[in-house]
Design a binder for this molecule. Sequence first.
Ligand SMILES: Nc1nc2c(ncn2[C@@H]2O[C@H](COP(=O)(O)OP(=O)(O)O)[C@@H](O)[C@H]2O)c(=O)[nH]1
Ligand SMILES: [Mg+2]
Length: 436
Amino acid sequence: MVKEVLLACVGKPSAGKSSFLNSVTDATAKVGNYPFTTIKPNQGVAYMPIDCPCKKYGKESQCKPRHGTCENGIRNVPVQMLDVAGLVPGASEGQGLGNQFLDDLRHANALIHVVDVSGTTDASGKVTQGYDPINDIDWLRSEIHSWVLNNLLKKWPNIVRRHTATKSTSIETLQAQFSGYGSTISVVAKFMDKLGIKDPLETWDDAMIGKVVDGFLDERFPTVVALNKIDMTDADKNITKIMRKYDPNTLVLTSALAEAFLRDMHKKRYLNYQEGTDIVDTKDDLPDSDLKPLDDKLRTRIEKVQDLVLYRYGSTGVHEVLKRAVDMLGVIPAYPVKSITNFSSGTGINKGGAFRDCILIWPGTTVREFAKIVHPELDKYYLYAETVGGIKLAEDAIITEQNNVISFKTSQNVSQTSSDNAPGANSSEKKTANKK
Ligand SMILES: Nc1nc2c(ncn2[C@@H]2O[C@H](COP(=O)(O)OP(=O)(O)O)[C@@H](O)[C@H]2O)c(=O)[nH]1
Ligand SMILES: [Mg+2]
């Protein structure tokens, strides 16, 4: 099984999920500029900036990514994003939690929980004043938790009977129940190991089953919380409160609105905006540039975004969310090349360019597994693999940031870079097994 990195935006209505997705995805991306085969209406492609090896090896001018772009050694690698609407308070009791939500969630690798930190929308997303957004953070988790738990408890007597009759292990029995949420046997093995439960499954009470569901959700759905709408008046005091209560590593401050505005202004050539930074230059700053002059209204709006968001928080935060989510998953970029000296690819239109393909792989992926991901024929005719400096890599060597530029030698001349339908990130049952 092969799958792609997919981040799902979740949260109550009006938290800013669609705005967040629109602010980071490129609706106008050229067809073929991303490796994903199907893009649904609520889906988009975001570009995650990473350090490209072209910089380390002085090949910036030759670097020709097939998907995304690379500028001055910063490579924008495509990841898929999904806008998952439909989760409302009471969803686990059957209010508004449809099959669509389930289906979307089971494809997600990580969740981005978008929270309206301004306090201007209530629990169900209606306009209000002074709402305490701290409620929303636990709500989402407990909503998904009770939904999974209720489904499990309904069937529990049957599950136990079957478990005993088939002499299954707890891991096998749980996986049969969790597979609908995109789980794999290795996900279950991992969280069960962390929980360290010694009691046999048939003796578990409801509290224990609840604990198991918690362990499952932690492992299956790593979550970044985007505290959104930081540009609004009351955001400040709410942020302070939330920061005190939760692990700051899971929290990122965002203004999807500011990001969308800056990108739009950049596109319309009123300013130069460096995404992910607080750097904005207008005609006032660069009189000799080709930027359009600002009228007073526009100037005021830009200054407001700078004062309320960029100068106060350092950036709009949206890129940091992507980075944090991908870091949590621990995926590693790997670069299959034909030539380990000039990093070119053997075939295709960008034949002469360097580092044409970048494939995100799960942690624990071995060199041989990577060969198979790049192209089945590389695996079939596999002789050996080498990395920069002509250093040979063992088949079972784990790919890390240190050996992720790889050339495969084969007994027959086969395509050395990923086949056209190779996805941006790959996983197989086996590889997920090695997932952190
Ligand atoms: N001030 C402000 N408003 C935002 C921000 N993000 C979204 N909104 C607004 O919040 C409302 C709901 O946003 P939307 O993306 O439709 O929420 P969704 O229901 O979660 O998809 C819209 O009016 C957005 O313009 C933000 O960062 N700042
Ligand atoms: Mg929406």
